[in-house]
Design a protein around this ligand. Structure first.
Ligand code: 6PG
Length: 240
């Protein structure tokens, strides 16, 4: 059952999300010895990363036992302004002592199919022989109902076996790389971060509307056994 938690504004949400990351990291490291977090692109997650890069949260996470992954990536080089890796590197990774060998980025500079298969191989190596159960996957929500790079009407929505897909997005006239719903839904915890009145309509449709995942891919996110938490500000939640 999804949990919806409302916050007065984006800053309060970012602080609460940082506290949630700290808690999940401490739980994962104490039980499994490491913490695997999947980062999202977008302006809302960036606020969280900036909070995690500052005190008090920065020193409350055992970065030496943290592995960082991405839920999706644009097909651009890692130093490109549109790169989700580039955004997280600037907002968080240059400010915390996580080992570069534990930063597992999608190679957006490679051909899309090669980048997807390379990442899938890396994930299979990381999780072997288990199935891919990330401790925490962070997601944003696009105003068209997309999440990660699972866009309405695109092929990755129907991928049932691959862990990582190269996904052509006609509306963007661009390729994207994305974890598939199959992998995302195995996570121990999935947290959506949604802010702003511009997301009020889509949030209501996704959370309370009829099940139409082709139209609203975020509805494909239904954890098999894990927790699903919607962290939303009052503006985004105004129509719930
Ligand atoms: C991306 C993100 C994408 C993002 C949403 C919401 O690569 O762009 O992964 O899924 O999370 O578009 O972005 P905002 O939070 O900036 O609205």
């Amino acid at each position: 059952m999804a949990e919806i938690v409302r916050y007065t504004d984006a800053e309060a949400l970012a602080r609460a999300a940082a506290q949630q990351v700290v808690l999940l990291a401490q739980q994962a490291i104490s039980t499994r010895g490491h913490f695997s977090i999947v980062l999202s692109g977008g302006s809302t997650p960036r606020m969280l990363y900036e909070a995690l890069a500052r005190l008090p949260f920065r020193d409350q996470i055992d970065w030496q036992n943290t592995h960082v992954f991405w839920g999706d990536e644009r097909c651009v080089p890692p130093d490109h302004a549109d790169s989700n890796y580039h955004m997280a590197h600037k907002a968080l990774l240059t400010h915390v002592p996580v080992d570069t060998k534990q930063i597992h980025r999608l190679r957006g500079e490679d051909a899309p199919d090669l980048a997807a298969s390379t990442y899938e191989t890396a994930l299979k190596r990381f999780f072997a022989p288990q199935s891919p159960q990330f401790d925490l996957i962070l997601l944003g929500l696009g105003d068209d109902g997309h999440t990660a790079s699972l866009f309405p009407g695109t092929t990755a929505l129907h991928e049932e076996t691959r862990w990582v897909a190269a996904n052509y997005v006609p509306k963007l006239a661009a390729w994207r790389l994305t974890l598939t719903p199959h992998v995302i839904n195995q996570a121990a915890a999935i947290v959506f971060l949604v802010v702003g009145e511009g997301k009020a309509d889509i949030l209501r449709e996704v959370v309370h509307g009829p099940y139409q995942p082709e139209l609203y891919p975020a509805q494909r996110i239904e954890p098999e056994t894990g927790r699903l938490i919607w962290m939303v500000d009052e503006a985004a939640a105004s129509l719930l």
